[in-house]
Design a protein around this ligand. Structure first.
Ligand SMILES: *Cc1c(COP(=O)(O)O)cnc(C)c1O
Length: 346
């Protein structure tokens, strides 16, 4: 790997971050807070939240077996993705490489930050090769984006190939594990120590059932986390979100139960879908959604909307012609979808 300084934009490397009132005050028990121009009334929401979310990181770290220094928390994973561009990619000069198809936010953030986005098509099993990603990269490639299980294809990426890429690429590899809770493949979190160029993204939006609170996680070396922390908004994760996340961390066993139910439902749905006349292929999934090829994606999508059922039309996405992406819902929701599709006339 290149040095972190060589990978970081010079202005970011030099940046002196904003120091908030609560950054300056550390330790020392105190009960009178007259430092941050807050209103003393309307507790408990009158105070600024902890800018570094220590309590939450400590509890999260215990669950994930990671030290808090290796954790960044943001307003959704989307914040971490955006900050990665802003920290490492010089607009109009640097570029990033990503698998295609994949999660749309990588390209949107690249476009917003005016960073060239290079796509490398997956193969017909929706797998990638480290070799082809490295071929697309050059000396201005700062980040390579992987997503496993991948969205919208649903499959895990080949772990040996991810290892190979981490060993051979001299920039940073961003591995988005938003759906890893639903997969039998182990997370790459345990390999952070082995790979200083690895950044793992996870989120509270999927298995944790907290899309509304907007909380994303990035795990990486303490130095990389330090850079993200330096450039984030001082109070990027609000107190209500921190409270709710702590509450959910104490109820982790419920998440395990949800994940088990959703995986069972996924298996059941995949079997039923294989028997539907309008379905031509069900792609195997390691996530809480699956991709299906149908006889006419646009027509079936519109038919389902008429039935009050919304799925994701992926017809225009690379390799996904005539494909719909189906999120696994409750038993009742899934049955409503199946009943509607059984009624549908091709
Ligand atoms: C849903 C999803 C996320 C989650 O984004 P948040 O901003 O944390 O809600 C991240 N990555 C992928 C691939 C996703 O599908």
């Amino acid at each position: 790997m290149k040095t972190l300084q060589a990978l970081t934009r010079p202005n970011i490397w030099r940046l002196q971050p904003y120091s908030s009132a609560r950054d300056e005050y550390k330790g020392q028990a105190a009960s009178v807070f007259l430092d941050a121009n807050e209103n003393p009334y309307n507790t408990p929401n009158n105070r600024y939240p902890d800018p570094l979310q220590w309590e939450l990181k400590k509890n999260l770290g215990r669950l994930k077996h990671i030290e808090p220094e290796h954790i960044f928390l943001g307003n959704g994973s989307d914040e971490a993705i955006d900050l990665l561009f802003r920290a490492f990619c010089e607009p109009r000069e640097d570029n990033v490489v990503a698998i295609d198809p994949t999660y749309g936010m990588y390209q949107v953030c690249a476009d917003i930050n005016e960073v060239e986005y290079r796509k490398v098509l997956l193969d017909d099993r929706f797998q990638f090769s480290a070799e082809s990603l490295l071929r697309a990269a050059d000396e201005h490639t700062k980040l390579i984006f992987l997503c496993s299980p991948n969205n919208p294809t649903g499959n895990d990426l080949d772990a040996d190939e991810i290892d190979r890429l981490l060993r051979r690429f001299d920039g940073l590899v961003v591995l988005d594990e938003a759906y890893n809770d639903f997969s039998d493949a182990p997370s790459f979190l345990s390999r952070l120590d082995a790979y200083p160029n690895l950044i793992v993204l996870q989120t509270f939006s999927k298995a944790w059932g907290c899309a509304a609170i907007r909380l994303g996680m990035a795990f990486a070396s303490a130095d990389i986390i330090g850079i993200l922390t330096k450039i984030k908004y001082p109070y990027n994760v609000n107190q209500l979100t921190q409270n709710q996340a702590l509450e959910m961390l104490h109820r982790y066993y419920e998440i395990e139960r949800w994940v088990d139910m959703l995986k069972k439902e996924r298996g059941r749905l995949e079997q039923v879908f294989a028997t539907l006349p309008c379905v031509t292929k069900v792609f195997p999934s390691d996530a809480n959604f699956f991709l299906v090829r149908v006889t006419d994606a646009v027509r079936i999508y519109n038919y389902l909307v008429g039935e009050g059922i919304i799925v994701r039309n992926r017809h225009t996405v690379s390799l996904c012609g005539n494909c719909l992406r189906i999120t696994v819902g409750t038993r009742m929701e899934n049955d409503a979808l199946v009943t509607a599709l059984q009624k549908y006339k091709i």
